[in-house]
Design a protein around this ligand. Structure first.
Ligand code: CU
Length: 153
C-alpha cells in the first residue's frame, strides 16, 4: 500500500471515529443547567427529573421571590411559568421539553431563550394521569422583544 493510501485510510478512520464520538456524546450531554425555583414547587422538581433522565446535569436553586428572579433574568411577563433555568447563557422558562433544549444548544440561535408559558397539563414535569393533554407551544424569544413559535405540542 502506498504512503498516500495509508494516509487516506488514517484520515478516514479518524473522521469516522470523530463522527461516532460526537453521535454518542451530543454537545448537550455535559450541558450544565441551573434551575431557579420555589422550594415548594413540585412540578419544578419533576421537570428537573425529566432533564436528568435526558442526561443533563441539573442544579436546582431555591429562590424566595421567583418574580424578582425573572425580572433580573429578563423573562417577558407573557411567557412566565413556575421555574426559570439557565443553560449556556440561554434562559429556559417553564416546562420546556429536553428535546427542544437539545435543539437550542445545537442550533445556538441568536435568541435570549425558550419558554413554555403557564403550566400545560402533560408537558414534561406536568404529567397528570388520565387527564387530556393541553396543547402548547415552545416559544423562542429575543433580546429585542420578538417572540416566535419554536415547536408545537
Ligand atoms: Cu411547573
Amino acid at each position: 500500500m502506498s504512503k498516500k493510501a495509508i494516509g487516506f485510510l488514517l484520515a478516514t478512520f479518524t473522521l469516522v471515529a470523530v463522527i461516532i464520538y460526537s453521535v454518542q456524546n451530543p454537545p448537550t450531554a455535559d450541558a450544565q443547567i441551573v434551575n431557579y425555583k420555589s422550594e415548594s414547587c413540585g412540578c419544578c422538581k419533576m421537570w428537573q427529573d425529566h432533564l436528568i433522565d435526558n442526561a443533563y446535569t441539573v442544579e436546582g436553586v431555591n429562590v424566595d421571590r421567583m418574580d424578582l428572579k425573572k425580572d433580573e433574568l429578563g423573562v417577558p411577563q407573557n411567557l412566565r411559568s413556575c421555574h426559570t433555568a439557565v443553560v449556556e447563557g440561554y434562559i429556559v422558562e417553564g416546562h420546556v421539553p429536553a428535546k427542544e433544549i437539545q435543539r437550542l444548544l445545537l442550533e445556538k440561535p441568536d435568541a435570549k431563550g425558550l419558554a413554555v408559558p403557564g403550566m400545560p397539563i402533560n408537558s414534561p414535569g406536568m404529567e397528570v394521569e388520565g387527564a387530556p393533554n393541553d396543547p402548547y407551544d415552545v416559544i423562542v424569544f429575543y433580546e429585542d422583544g420578538r417572540q416566535e413559535v419554536y415547536a408545537s405540542y
